[in-house]
Design a protein around this ligand. Structure first.
Ligand code: AMP
Length: 450
């Protein structure tokens, strides 16, 4: 496919030619007509695939020149770096178009941004917090937004922006197009789509189910968290074989929990990255790992996305990812540059279905290895593994229509219902509702307010 095959206009076409792009990337080719159609869209694409142009080209193609001051396109991104980057990309595309683009993010003077907003804009690129502050201040009017793009949704939700997104959805016009891009599919992303998108079209460059041949894949059936830790301890004792190990877990609480265990077992040997760690901390961890200062790195799927580390001897899937694509992304971190790589998968009973989905995607079975004899099988369970206590199934609790085990009648004086003082009752009868003259607290509350 070429750019001529897309329904571009001359100004866009010329801008692309100036940039020297030869042909649309797969995600661009796939997204163009869908985004242009105005339907809700969910795109799964990683950074570097040309995703920004994928959603922005069709939007710019259909953004008519307007003198109105209120923006018509809103792009939400998780970080200020990304605000800057997206604005730059839009400006490159808009070289021959007369449109107004503004990036806003927190940590900078809001008044300068208010002035810029007040000058009138067509497209706003923003981090959620600052966007909301500007909207609440009423300087930024969102009533004309026709298209909402949320980029890197997975990172955004991982950073805890869900609540902020909800607030923004509340003040956006309900009739709008929702476009969202995410690099990884997670439970959080899935929920957001179900809750707020209307029958979205999903586009993604299919993750290849064909793993690199130079990655050796094996798996263990392990009953629970602590046995997984014991197995990990056993394996990691061989420091020559397990020389640089990337350990994946699904969520941050688990990452911290596992990191604590590893710190006890192999002090000073490991580091961790997830979204509750500061960016500096994450960068330092990655550096220490790639330079060999730390042998073990524990990471969540979302945070490990941008990792570019050579010579990873093993990828260990401490849990079995729900989405088989995540497994493909995880194991792709080893066996790079033609080198031999190793991937291990730990699965509990509950995780067997997810394991089967992975095998189905790859169309192959992963070789199973027995847990070595000297690995202790733990019976201790972590919070998430314990059976959930559901109140409605609680056999001890009575159902409301059953008669309780009362063994004597109430005494006569205790049978009376408390109707309040007699004065109250009289007044209530007279005025149909309770009324007292001097409610001290009421008066006090009102006095304070004045
Ligand atoms: P992104 O995935 O949006 O972060 O884009 C990654 C990089 O690819 C950016 O620097 C874009 O300028 C560049 N790019 C986007 N589309 C194309 C294309 N069709 N051909 C070549 N480079 C592209």
């Amino acid at each position: 496919m070429t750019f001529q095959d897309l329904n571009l206009n001359t100004p866009l076409y010329n801008a692309i030619e100036d940039l020297g792009f030869e042909s649309p990337t797969p995600i661009q080719a796939e997204a163009f007509n869908v985004v242009a159609s105005g339907k809700d869209v969910v795109g799964i694409a990683q950074t570097g695939t040309g995703k920004t142009f994928a959603y922005m080209l069709p939007i710019l193609r259909h953004l008519k020149y307007s003198r109105q001051d209120n923006p018509r396109v809103l792009v939400l991104v998780p970080t200020r770096e990304l605000v800057v980057q997206v604005v730059e990309e839009i400006e490159k595309m808009s070289k021959y178009i007369n449109n107004r683009v503004l990036g806003v993010y927190g940590g900078t003077n809001i008044n300068t941004q208010k002035q810029a907003v007040a000058q009138g804009q067509d497209i706003i690129v923003a981090t959620p917090g600052r966007l909301y502050d500007l909207a609440v201040s009423r300087v930024l009017q969102l009533k004309s937004i026709q298209r909402l793009v949320i980029d890197e949704v997975d990172v955004m939700l991982d950073l805890g922006f869900r609540h902020q997104l909800m607030n923004i959805f509340d003040i956006l016009p309900p009739r709008r197009q929702n476009i969202m891009f995410s690099a990884t599919m997670t439970q959080d992303v899935d929920e957001l789509i179900t809750d707020f998108f209307i029958n979205p079209t999903k586009i993604s460059i299919a993750v290849s189910g064909t793993p690199l041949e130079n990655i050796k894949q094996q798996r263990y059936d392990v009953p629970n968290f602590y046995t997984k830790v014991n197995l990990l301890e056993h394996l990691l004792q061989d420091k020559d074989e397990f020389s640089r190990v990337l350990i994946f877990v699904a969520y941050k609480k688990m990452a911290d929990r596992l990191f604590d265990q590893l710190e006890e077992l192999f002090p000073g040997d490991s580091c961790v990255i997830h979204s509750n760690k500061t960016q500096n901390y994450r960068l330092r961890s990655i550096e220490q790992f790639s330079e060999g200062e730390h042998r073990l790195l524990v990471a969540t799927d979302v945070m490990a996305r941008g990792l570019d580390i050579d010579d990873v001897s093993h990828v260990i899937n401490f849990d079995t990812p729900d989405y088989p694509e995540n497994y493909m992304h995880r194991i792709g971190r080893t066996g790079r540059a033609e080198k031999e790589g190793n991937a291990l998968l730990f699965s509990t009973e509950k995780e067997q279905e997810a394991r089967e989905r992975i095998e189905a995607l790859m169309d192959m079975k992963i070789e199973t290895i027995d847990i070595p004899e000297d690995v202790e099988i733990s019976t201790e369970l972590i919070e998430e593994e314990r059976p959930q206590i559901r109140e409605h199934n609680n056999p001890i609790k009575r159902r409301s229509d059953e008669v309780g085990p009362a063994f004597h009648e109430k005494k006569e004086k205790n049978k009376k219902e408390n109707l309040g003082g007699s004065y109250r009752r009289e007044i209530a009868k007279k005025y149909k509702k309770p009324k007292t003259r001097g409610d001290k607290n009421y008066n006090r509350r009102n006095k304070k307010r004045k």
